[in-house]
Write a protein of this length. Structure first.
Lengths: 240, 409
């Protein structure tokens, strides 16, 4: 589903080159739930923005659903984002001027879908996250957990091949975070491929597989003993 | 189209939307009326005089001292004789005034001597038998004055010429559908028989107060002798206007130096006369044009400013839309459509405001009713202006990268 080979991302200024990702390799299979972890500044978010075609990369190869994406133009990248990828952001990124229904509708409109189909998909997605009754509410009228559920509904409504979640519970309290995480697990059980970036070992432990990044490269989790221990403890159900 | 979500987003930005729509409405109302006034002024200053303008010039000769009427008449006749000898001069006639001069003799015309109400107003041109040829008028009925019919009078005499020549416009007013030659009209001093009709001769004034009798003129076979000075209307041979003007003044001074021909307006080509006559109309048209351009520029700047502000404010939102699959064209279209919706609302209200403004001016300043064409042109112009003004900020918005969605500020 998602395969990056020897991928690099370099930020250049006049005086310095900074490698955000270096010789980066990852392979996510269809139906997997992968947690991408690592300390701050390790390159997790850069990986996610490249994986979601939000940014280009400097070298290497990236195949998404069998398509090599490096030569795609801006319109083709937009179409793939729209049709194949669902985004869940840490800050929810709902459009404050639009109500819940209209927010979920945004990606469907860019797909040129007919009104009736849009409406059906939106209501199904909102029911799926338990917010059908809040369709006319504005984001500011919802709790953080509800807003993230709307964002998940927006990501699900387009039936994407891949869900990319960037610290999906980072802005939520423990109870709301648990609810959102359970929802993601449920979506995964139904067959979705999920790649979740997180620095939270407890969340990482709930994924099928962990990919750990340090200094822009994928490393064995054992190379970060504290995080490794925290994840292992979380998996065993005991405190770290 | 994304009209519904754009409208719901606009509902949450009421103040900015309302202000820019009102600015568009006000601009439309003012520009429509300004364009209408400009058009009217331009139409006004293009009205024909009926004379051979390219070849005509006028000389105002002021006499030194206070010669009596008989002496003035003698001097006028001497001047006419001298002017006819000038190289390049085709003909010359004395007159009290000429079209577009802005002052002269206007009088009432009646059909019966005891009539209380005037039948029409008219400009009175004092002239000799050369008036029609000099001005290049077209005689369409009857005859010209004979030399033996030309008299002379000063301001103290009552206006009672035995014969007159009138314009077609006056005939249509006084004797609609009839042959006017041989009929009698009454001027302030007595009756005059119409012996000829000319096609077109504009009145001396182009001001609004004279618009009722703009082309109703009466030509009187008299030289008007005023001690202060005389006007000579001169028709030059084609292509010899400048040299004839120069030579004519020289010849007049050579004949009689006891006169003043003012440097500023003593000798005027007819294009100068026209230019001076319509100075205020032209000035008004330019002023209205400048006001319109300034207003349009201010409105365009307002749209650019507000849209730029909104683009800056919604940078993250644009990034989110891009992340969710919007192409650059989608973002561009979003802002263009948003502007079109605001401008359309403003234009709709502006049309109503323009009509109200015009109706107010119709009652206060005797303006004409605003034609629908101006409203349509004005509305289309404002919509295009809005689309043009929003283009740069909208293009800037379309260049916001999708990765903006992941940035925290």
């Amino acid at each position: 589903m998602l395969k990056m080979t020897h991928l690099s991302k370099v930020y250049r200024t006049e005086v310095v080159e900074t490698y955000a990702l270096r010789d980066f390799n990852i392979n996510v299979n269809e139906g997997e739930f992968v947690a991408v972890t690592g300390p701050s500044g390790s390159g997790k978010t850069t990986f996610l923005t490249i994986a979601g075609l939000l940014e280009t990369f400097t070298g290497g190869q990236y195949h998404l659903d069998g398509v090599e994406v490096s030569n795609l133009n801006d319109n083709e990248r937009s179409r793939i984002r729209n049709e194949k990828i669902g985004f869940i952001f840490q800050a929810f990124n709902l459009i404050p001027d639009l109500n819940v229904f209209d927010n979920v509708e945004v990606p469907l409109r860019y797909r040129g879908m007919k009104t009736a189909e849009r409406k059906e998909r939106i209501m199904n997605a909102l029911e799926r996250v338990g917010l059908a009754s809040r369709a006319k509410h504005y984001p500011a009228e919802l709790s953080g957990g509800q807003q993230q559920r709307v964002a998940i509904a927006r990501a699900l409504a387009g039936s994407p091949r891949l869900l990319l979640a960037d610290e999906p519970t980072g802005n939520l309290d423990t109870q709301m975070a648990r609810g959102v995480m359970e929802l993601l697990e449920e979506i995964h059980r139904e067959g979705a491929t999920i790649v979740m970036v997180t620095h939270d070992p407890e969340l990482a432990a709930r994924a099928q597989r962990n990919v750990h990044i340090i200094d822009g490269q994928v490393v064995d989790l054992a190379e970060d003993p504290r995080f490794h221990h925290a994840v292992t403890s979380a998996r065993a159900g005991s405190p770290a | 189209m994304q009209i519904k979500p754009i409208l719901s987003a606009l509902r949450r930005h009421k103040a900015g939307t309302f202000l820019i729509a009102m600015q568009i409405a006000l601009t439309l109302a003012i520009v429509c009326n300004a364009l209408f006034i400009i058009h009217q002024r331009i139409a006004h200053l293009s009205e024909p005089t009926g004379i051979d303008e390219p070849n005509i010039f006028v000389i105002k000769s002021e006499w030194v001292g206070h010669p009596d009427s008989a002496r003035v008449d003698a001097m006028i006749r001497e001047d006419l004789q001298v002017l006819r000898q000038v190289a390049g001069v085709q003909n010359v006639t004395p007159s009290n005034s000429y079209p577009l001069r802005g002052s002269g003799w206007d009088d009432s015309v009646k059909l019966k001597p005891d009539q209380l109400q005037d039948s029409s107003g008219a400009t009175i041109y004092f002239a000799d038998q050369n008036f029609i040829d000099t001005l290049g008028l077209k005689l369409i009925a009857g005859r010209n004055f004979r030399a033996d019919e030309i008299g002379h009078m000063d301001m103290r005499y009552r206006l009672a010429p035995p014969v007159v020549i009138v314009t077609k416009a006056l005939v249509q007013k006084l004797f609609p559908g009839e042959d006017a030659v041989g009929k009698t009209i009454y001027l302030i001093g007595g009756p005059g028989t119409i012996v000829g009709v000319v096609d077109l001769l504009q009145a001396q004034s182009v001001e609004r107060w004279a618009s009722d009798f703009a082309y109703r003129s009466v030509i009187i076979p008299e030289r008007l002798n005023i001690s202060l000075g005389s006007f000579y209307i001169v028709r030059a041979q084609p292509g010899q206007l400048d040299s004839a003007m120069h030579a004519a003044v020289k010849a007049l001074f050579a004949q009689n130096p006891r006169r003043v021909i003012n440097d500023d307006d003593g000798v005027l080509s007819f294009s100068d006369v026209r230019s001076r006559a319509y100075e205020s109309d032209r000035g008004m048209a330019i002023l209205m044009g400048v006001i319109s351009v300034v207003l349009l520029a201010v409105t365009a700047a307002g749209i650019v400013g507000l849209t730029s502000f909104w683009v800056g404010q919604r940078r993250k939102q644009i990034g989110v839309r891009r992340a969710l699959g919007a192409t650059r064209r989608d973002i561009l279209r979003y802002f263009m459509t948003e502007n079109l919706l605001i401008s359309s609302g403003g234009a709709l209200f502006g049309v109503l405001l323009a009509i109200a403004m015009n109706l107010w001016m119709v009652t206060r300043f005797e303006m004409h009713r605003l034609s629908l064409t101006y409203l349509v042109i004005g509305a289309v112009m404002l919509l295009l202006l809005g689309q043009g003004a929003v283009l740069a900020p909208a293009l800037r918005a379309s260049r916001v990268p999708p990765v903006e969605a992941t940035r925290s500020v």
